[in-house]
Write a protein that binds this ligand. Sequence first.
Ligand SMILES: CC(C)(COP(=O)(O)OP(=O)(O)OC[C@H]1O[C@@H](n2cnc3c(N)ncnc32)[C@H](O)[C@@H]1OP(=O)(O)O)[C@@H](O)C(=O)NCCC(=O)NCCS
Length: 224
Amino acid sequence: MIKFYHTGDSNLPYNMRPMQPEDIAQVIEIDREAFPTIWPPTDYSRELKNPLACCLVTIDDQKTAPEPRVPPVPESGLSRLISRFQRLFKGNRFPSAEPPHSDSHYIVGFASMWVITDEGHVTNIAVREPYRRQGIGELMLLAVIDKAREYKANVVTLEVRASNTAAQRLYRKYGFNQVGLRRGYYMDNKEDAVLMTTEDINSAPFQSRIQQLKQTLSTKLEIT
Ligand SMILES: CC(C)(COP(=O)(O)OP(=O)(O)OC[C@H]1O[C@@H](n2cnc3c(N)ncnc32)[C@H](O)[C@@H]1OP(=O)(O)O)[C@@H](O)C(=O)NCCC(=O)NCCS
């Protein structure tokens, strides 16, 4: 299990790790709660096979998962074969360095990003409603930014609904600025998309801001 921003003796109740096929049912549950009007939902089994994608989940260590309400998307014989090859060659950008985990991990949030050349693009981030406003969104955004650096990206970009002020505040807190607007971008209600990007994530000012935010978040999570 990957521990982010804290050591083994920490009291933090959350852990993050790469998303696994077994997580998809819970991830879809969170996706449906967060983005009910987007149809069809993202195909996370395809994302897991995408060599450009990084997908992570946050787990509540103190809770076990109930039986999934949404069945995982069944894999065809060919997909199973492709998965086996990709596991062999570690296709996903979040290759699991850990042994297979238990199905009972309770997932409280997930995030995904594509890294294309020098740009990390956050494709999704969501937290279960009862777990919001506790810093989990921040925790995952930090992990995504760290991962983008690891894969030699210089900037992180994203699109967010114009009405989604909560998410925009989160992104602004982490140094994302609006750089454009895509009119009528979202198919369901023709809402505009706000394009946001960071400055150079490897620059000293950006890293200093991130270190400060990590510190504050770490304290906040320990208290929570
Ligand atoms: C956006 C989302 C991922 C944030 O996750 P979260 O765990 O609740 O956020 P955090 O507790 O880490 O909040 C971090 C910061 O985000 C901002 N923020 C988060 N929720 C907010 C809200 N409801 N209102 C105002 N600001 C909010 C604040 O700046 C907050 O910092 P603060 O606590 O110092 O004020 C979560 O609200 C969510 O899952 N929403 C539905 C899915 C979604 O819209 N995803 C974004 C798609 S682009």
